[in-house]
Design a protein around this ligand. Structure first.
Ligand SMILES: Nc1nc2c(ncn2[C@@H]2O[C@H](COP(=O)(O)OP(=O)(O)OP(=O)(O)O)[C@@H](O)[C@H]2O)c(=O)[nH]1
Ligand SMILES: [Mg+2]
Length: 360
């Protein structure tokens, strides 16, 4: 115990030192990158009584992105140190737990559950050393399930208005494939008519990809790459029960492009806007996507590629921190299967039984 404390304190000191180094380096870098201040030409100013506009050189004009890069580096550095410090503190917490709780904590962390979430969970558990490991596992599973977001039910089948469903998210997470899965659900299984609109006019073949699905589901496909086109596409699709809107994949940090998608979607006024998060992506990427796409006003989350995840526990930890309800889960490429209502308990069950399929 004493040794652990010593090491922890040392690590915290080291972390603080690292933080300071990073700060110093980055500040120096910003200073170096800062453009020289424009020199006032006092002679001219006196002669003409006008402030002289000093034209920026192209090098000076490019200073902003460089400064942003240095700022980004500080931000990343701070995040890194924060993680390190919080890991150490969590270890300390774990060190203070009883052997049974510490064991439960270790089990959760091994499964990829965030260390602080694992500490929270085990400390709320009413477990004691007389409990069997099965009972302890059941406690942990229940607590994890309880902490996952609620599930929002799909659209009302008897609605008189068309239900407008839009999908947004980073590139390649499975938006278009999931649109086809939704169409299978509503058209094939429930007999409702569907119309497709794609706002993805960026990727060559994106329109073709959705066009093929439209043919398969005997539906119309409208292309809406601008606000005006979306207005037209929406009025042309009003006879359908379900209007499915696909959008272009965007980098989670590309604010301008995400804003462009948000503006186009605003015209469509979707009944449901789903953010698609891939379970195969890293925790950081998922967190960035959840933040970056907030401007689209997404009101639920689809978790895709659950079959490809290396660390389901990490995805579960990220979802526990999300304050948006879940809608659907996908776990494969086949559009006629590999798709089901989001069920938090299934997610938690597969954390203990890895080979168990999540949607069927
Ligand atoms: N393993 C697995 N693959 C999936 C799943 N969903 C989609 N895919 C695959 O992921 C790849 C990308 O899918 P798309 O539907 O084109 O992804 P997207 O988000 O529309 O991509 P962009 O439009 O380029 O942003 C394809 O090969 C899909 O078959 C899933 O649940 N599991
Ligand atoms: Mg797509």
């Amino acid at each position: 115990m004493m040794t652990t404390r010593k090491i922890n304190k040392k690590t915290i000191r080291y972390a603080k030192w690292l933080l300071q180094q990073k700060d110093n380096n980055a500040t120096q870098q910003i200073e170096q990158e800062r453009p020289p201040q424009p020199v006032k030409n006092t002679t001219q100013q006196n002669e003409q009584s006008q402030p002289v506009q000093v034209k920026k050189s192209s090098q000076q004009q490019e200073q902003k992105p460089q400064k942003q890069t240095a700022a980004k580096r500080i931000e990343l550095g701070i995040a890194e140190i924060r993680n390190l410090v919080s890991e150490v503190l969590d270890q300390e917490t774990a060190g203070r737990l009883s052997p049974v709780l510490a064991n439960a904590h270790r089990t959760l962390v091994k499964k990829g559950i965030d260390s602080s979430l694992a500490s929270d969970i085990v400390q709320t558990l009413d477990i004691n050393s007389s409990m069997s490991s099965e009972e302890i596992q059941k406690f942990m599973m229940n607590e994890l399930t309880r902490r996952l977001p609620q599930v929002v039910p799909p659209s009302n089948r008897y609605s008189m208005e068309p239900t407008v469903i839009a999908l947004v998210g980073p590139t390649g997470v499975g938006k278009t494939t999931t649109i086809a899965k939704l169409a299978t659900k509503y058209w094939l299984q429930q007999g409702r008519s569907v119309a497709f609109i794609t706002a993805d006019t960026y990727r060559v073949a994106a329109v073709d990809q959705l066009g093929q699905y439209a043919k398969l589901f005997e539906s119309k496909l409208e292309v809406a790459g601008t606000v005006e086109q979306m207005e037209e596409a929406m009025s042309a699709s009003q006879s359908a029960d379900i209007i499915l809107i696909d959008t272009a994949g965007r980098s989670a940090v590309d604010e301008d492009r995400i804003q462009e998608t948000a503006s186009i979607l605003k015209v469509a006024n979707p009944t449901e806007t789903h953010l698609v998060l891939s379970a195969a992506s890293s925790r950081t990427a998922t967190k960035k996507a959840a933040d970056g796409f907030a401007v689209t006003g997404y009101d639920r989350v689809i978790v895709s590629k659950l079959d490809e995840t290396e660390m389901l526990g990490e995805m579960i930890s990220t979802l526990c921190a999300l304050n948006k309800p879940l809608s659907w889960f996908t776990d494969g490429q086949d559009i006629s299967m590999h798709f089901d209502l989001a069920r938090p308990s299934k997610l938690v069950e597969s954390l203990w039984a890895q080979d168990r399929p999540i949607t069927h």
